[in-house]
Design a binder for this molecule. Structure first.
Ligand code: DON
Length: 611
């Protein structure tokens, strides 16, 4: 009996499964495959896919540094800190120690998002009329290209705060790659060479910058090696002594001395008192997706959400509308006009002035804005004195987005404002100074370098932060699962670059690569123009003209670096580095590391380091 049972059992075990008895049938894993969305087909351009972490930045060196940190077991914040320090070396026109920015961190385990504000602050000696000449006119050179153009830098404190909250590797390990590239050199890319040439007139005037950014009396060319020995020393000091070296120690002393010598305002006290701060991200909903973005002192989050909510009132996803139709572009222009008009009226640093954030982002206001739009014709912007505009943006600010294999996400935008900031470098440090003070309103009604106007809300006051447009953004789906993270440089066009890409994904069902490469449009109230990239249908642009819009073709806008969850049914992520930046690169983590989830680590060793 036992033998018989054994025989039956083994026959059962050995019997081929039913699908195998039918010669034409396929095994279940292949049958199920038919329902899985195919990622890499059916589109003209494809994003990069990864099951694990990804780093997307405007610089190949930096993306690879971030990738290495992820592969050592670091989390997204570790990678972000290393990327930010590396870019200060490898992409010096925007990466920085002497500037500031904003970071959003999504902690996947706790499902929380924090916003880190490390925007520069006006020095204590700053005052509302500091850039006005004897005739009461704005002295642009003083505001943009002098030692007085610099706000108190926030980047080093910002990175330290992110690291204190979330970092898990050694602080030194996160600075090592930057030190390596500063002392052993980076290969000059064509875009780095070009940016140095474009800014040569300013960089030449600073003895320290001249020493670094020129080969004696020549320009650097693509393929040369660029060494930054002073910057390497500064980074070594930061690695050993932590952020305090920059704000209280040797580096602070050098900055304060250089300021004094050259008519700048930043003192030891300004540096010692600087703090990066945690802020609550702004939250809004667009067609069921939850959008989290940066609150003031950036105007980015308020206006991104305000615009999305007004646009939600229109059937943009429908075929008759779609990307690039005159109806879609018309309502986008009208909604943008309203948002930038509000920006000029209401926005400033909320530590100093009140801003009607809730009202601007409210349903009521969105409905009112939408109702006020005539589909037949453009609403002319009021005439405002001084609404001039720099037609071509040069690549200055920079954004990177990182996801790690645990699902933590960092989306970070930082800047010196212009390419190479004011062009001044602090003697002996390799640190370029920002010219972020130009983001304040120097005089009511007079536009800043991005054509942005404003009022007393954004007037200069000691310790106040100048209003920004930087818009690092996270999006979650209706189940509160991570959906996408993005951000962009582009001055006043940052907010609308993010808006264009979000609409392309959510409304127009584009994959991330299509969404980022598609032509963008922008309106900022003043000047009263719809600005478009090359690539829209000329027929559409004519229709916009007929509605009363002045349409102007401009140089490429923004440079969006983004990560998105892979389409439903696929594990992992897709990413795309905007092809508007020649050196942009997605680096993919190829080996998972399990030992190091984003968690608050034992801080004992760190307090020693920062003592
Ligand atoms: O904070 C701001 O809004 C500006 N300082 C950003 C400057 C910028 O994006 C330059 N861009 N490409």
């Amino acid at each position: 009996m036992r033998a018989l049972l054994g025989l039956i059992f083994s026959v059962l075990l050995l019997a081929p499964p039913s699908w195998a008895q039918n010669v034409g049938a396929l095994p279940p894993f292949i049958q199920q495959q038919a329902n899985v969305p195919i990622l890499h087909e059916g589109a003209r351009i494809q994003p990069v896919y990864s099951q694990h972490g990804m780093v997307v930045s405007a610089d190949k060196y930096a993306s690879q540094v971030g990738q290495n940190i992820l592969m050592q077991g670091g989390n997204a914040v570790d990678a972000a800190v290393a990327v930010a320090f590396t870019m200060a070396v490898t992409m010096p026109r925007a990466g920085n120690l002497g500037g500031g920015g904003f970071m959003l961190v999504y902690d996947a385990k706790n499902k929380t998002t924090r916003a880190i504000d490390y925007r520069e602050k006006a020095p204590l000696a700053a005052s509302a009329n500091m850039y006005l000449d004897e005739n009461g006119e704005v002295d642009e050179n003083l505001a943009r290209f002098s030692y007085k153009s610099a706000g108190v830098p926030g980047t080093v404190k910002g990175m330290e705060l992110a690291f204190r909250l979330y970092g898990s590797l050694d602080w030194q390990a996160l600075l090592d790659p930057a030190i390596h590239y500063a002392s052993n050199g980076v290969r000059v890319s064509q875009s780095l060479a070009e940016s140095l040439q474009k800014k040569a007139a300013h960089l030449w005037k600073s003895p320290a910058a001249r020493k670094v950014f020129f080969k004696q009396d020549h320009f650097y060319s693509a393929g040369d090696t660029l060494y930054q020995k002073d910057l390497a020393k500064t980074l070594v000091t930061l690695a050993k002594e932590g952020a305090d070296a920059f704000y209280k120690g040797d580096i602070a002393t050098r900055i304060a001395l250089d300021m004094k010598k050259n008519g700048g305002l930043i003192t030891m006290q300004d540096l010692a008192e600087y703090q990066a701060v945690l802020r609550e991200p702004l939250v809004g909903y667009y067609r069921g997706y939850k959008v989290l973005s940066m609150p003031p002192p950036s105007s980015g989050g308020v206006h991104l959400i305000q615009m999305l909510k007004a646009l939600e009132q229109f059937p943009i996803q429908q075929q008759r509308w779609g990307h690039g139709s005159s109806d879609t572009m018309h309502v986008m222009a009208e909604v943008m006009r309203q948002a930038y008009a509000d920006r000029s009226k209401y926005l400033g640093d909320t530590d100093f002035v009140s801003v009607p954030i809730k009202a601007l982002m409210s349903d009521l206001y969105a409905i009112r804005t939408a109702k006020g739009i005539s589909m037949a014709s453009a609403t002319p912007s009021e005439l405002v004195e001084g609404g001039k505009f720099l037609p071509d943006e040069s690549p200055q600010t920079t954004h990177f987005t990182i996801v790690d294999k645990w699902g933590n996400v960092v989306t970070n935008t930082y800047t010196l404002n212009f390419s190479y900031g004011s062009g001044h470098m602090v003697a002996g440090t390799g640190i370029l100074l920002n010219n972020e003070m130009d983001d304040f309103v120097s005089k009511v009604g007079v536009a800043n370098a991005y054509g942005l106007i404003g009022n007393e809300k954004n007037a200069i006051e000691p310790e106040k932060r100048p209003l920004s447009s930087m818009t690092p953004t996270l999006v979650f789906d209706a189940d509160d699962q991570f959906y996408m993270a993005l951000g962009s440089p582009g001055g006043s066009r940052i907010i609308t670059s993010v808006l264009n890409v979000l609409m392309n994904v959510i409304d127009h069902n584009m994959n991330l690569a299509e969404a980022i490469t598609a032509p963008r449009m922008h309106h900022q109230y003043m000047p009263d123009k719809v600005q478009v990239e090359k690539g829209f249908s000329l027929d559409t642009l004519k229709l916009l003209n007929h509605k009363g819009h002045t349409v102007e073709e401009v140089a490429p806008m923004g440079a969006v670096m983004a990560v998105k969850r892979a389409p439903k049914g696929q594990k992992g992520y897709v990413a795309f580095a905007d092809t508007r930046r020649a050196d942009a690169f997605v680096a993919v983590q190829t080996q998972p590391q399990d030992n190091n989830p984003l968690a608050r680590k034992d801080m004992d060793w760190l307090s020693d380091l920062f003592e």
